[in-house]
Design a protein around this ligand. Structure first.
Ligand code: ZN
Ligand code: ZN
Length: 487
């Protein structure tokens, strides 16, 4: 058994905290994941070379390296231990210096304000080169396996290779690029400040940017850069609020960043598609988030409700929230109870058209899909299907409980699962129009149906609504707050 004292980790005491979320000049700065892996690649986005300015966090010296492609890999990965037993997490200040520890920052919301709390993760003074060794030790000594954590490798040496030259640095690194770079295999543009760090066995490259810049990058993917200004502003406030809510879950803290750049958090692909309208929408709503009784609101959103939005309690079987109970989005369906089979069918048979809507918006208003009965059976792990029953619909009409009978009976209890098994349906608001060797569906809506409806927000903005009114419609009872950062 390998037991090593992590003397190198004591160096961590001198370093910056692991996550770089910080508050400067009344603005929150975040680290958003761009790429992670045992090695990473950065490229120039065009044929001209990129110029990276690189600085080790602990050193005042900046170095500039130029190239069309930069491959980054570990130099000393194999020499360092990665796995340890987490003893405790404690606030900074009561720590004894003889224990090994890692500093981290946790984001909390207290007394109506967002603040950063510094904490130490204190590890037992033993560690292991791989997880299996740690697991073996745990089983022999009775330590619960869930206490095994990857210890962030803070000061690993990396090699950056441009093809022409090799450069060596101690992580973490600050990297700057004034021109768009491409990261990993994705042809997306990023410029600005980046952080490269070692987390366990992985290198992690993040973009370090203000919440406002992040929101500007999210909007273009979420609602499109050609949307009317008031819809862009609505999306900006929702995306900013949602980002804060996600930060408070601290779910990526162990990964070494604040938010990932995929649908798990919010899709962020850099600023390169940003236009003047998006910049205006961000600056004219600067710092605005939705709060409710002094707490940050849950400003979840989706593409298109199809008529009414649903309650978060129906869709996620969670505690009901007053501002996410569901509202009528298209007034023509107000008098229909879409949670009943007859109400849902009547509305699904009503053809909707909106000449001002773009083609993607219109595609969410009425859709039809087909799936072969054998394919559906296969998706459910069944040999045959004889009957499909809708047992429950939410108030948006989305099917939230469904029973499928065949050689076995399968119950599907979430709109997401239902969409998946029928072949990635836009939404679970549908009814079955024919049931033969092919199953035909007629539906409306796209996405989970909770919170703001983007198609609805676009329609209201075209009808002259201002963004505070649109937000109040989809998140009733919430307040737009500007002063929520603890200095
Ligand atoms: Zn995420
Ligand atoms: Zn809607």
């Amino acid at each position: 058994m390998q037991k090593k004292l992590l003397l190198w980790l004591l160096l961590a005491l001198l370093l910056l905290p692991l996550t770089a979320a910080e508050i400067k000049d009344n603005t929150l700065y975040l680290e958003v994941l761009l790429s992670e892996g045992k090695s990473l690649n950065i490229k120039s986005r065009d044929s001209n070379p990129a110029l990276l300015t690189i600085k080790e966090v602990n050193s005042p010296i900046e170095r500039q390296i130029q190239g069309n492609s930069f491959s980054i890999s570990f130099m000393n990965r194999d020499k360092l231990p990665f796995w340890g037993f987490l003893n405790c997490i404690e606030p900074i200040g009561i720590h004894t210096m003889d224990e090994e520890n890692v500093i981290r920052q946790t984001i909390v919301w207290e007394d109506g304000k967002l603040r950063l709390k510094n904490e130490r993760m204190v590890f037992e003074p033993i560690s292991f080169g791989n997880r299996d060794e740690a697991l073996l030790y745990a089983s022999e000594t009775g330590i619960p396996a869930q206490q095994i954590r990857a210890i962030p490798m803070i000061n690993a040496t990396v090699k950056i290779c441009t093809g022409a030259d090799d450069y060596y640095f101690e992580t973490p690194l600050h990297i700057k690029s004034e021109k768009d770079i491409q990261v990993g295999g994705l042809n997306l543009g990023f410029c600005g400040e980046f952080i490269l760090k070692a987390m366990g066995e992985k290198l992690v490259l993040t973009q370090y940017l203000s919440l406002e810049d992040y929101v500007g990058g999210v909007i273009q993917n979420e609602i499109g850069s050609s949307a009317p200004l008031e819809a862009l502003k609505t999306q900006a406030v929702a995306a900013r609020t949602h980002a804060i809510k996600l930060l408070l879950y601290n779910r990526h803290t162990p990964d070494g960043y604040d938010l990932c750049n995929g649908t798990h958090c919010q899709v962020y692909k850099g600023q390169y598609l940003s236009n003047a309208n998006i910049r205006t929408a961000v600056s004219e709503t600067a710092g605005e988030v939705l709060t409710l009784d002094g707490l940050i609101a849950d400003a979840t959103y989706h593409s298109s409700c199809g008529g009414k939005t649903d309650s978060s309690a129906n869709i996620w079987r969670s505690t009901p929230l007053d501002h996410l109970m569901g509202v009528t989005c298209i007034s023509d369906c107000d008098s229909l109870d879409l949670s009943t089979a007859s109400g849902a069918k009547a509305w699904l048979n009503t053809s909707l058209s909106d000449p001002e809507a773009s083609s993607w918006e219109r595609a969410t208003l009425n859709w039809s899909r087909q799936i072969s009965r054998s394919k559906l059976a296969k998706n459910l792990g069944l040999k045959s299907i004889s009957k499909i029953e809708v047992l429950k619909r939410g108030n948006s009409g989305r099917v939230i409980l469904m029973k499928i009978t065949g050689n076995k009976t399968v119950t599907l209890n979430s709109e997401y699962k239902i969409r998946q098994v029928f072949g990635n349906l836009p939404s679970s608001f549908f009814y079955i129009t024919s049931f033969g060797s092919t199953i035909s569906l007629k539906g409306k809506g796209s996405g989970h149906g909770v919170g703001m409806c983007q198609v609805g927000a676009l329609r209201l903005a075209r009808n002259g609504w201002q963004y505070p009114q649109i937000l109040e419609k989809y998140y009733p009872g919430t307040t737009i707050s500007r002063d929520w950062i603890e200095q």
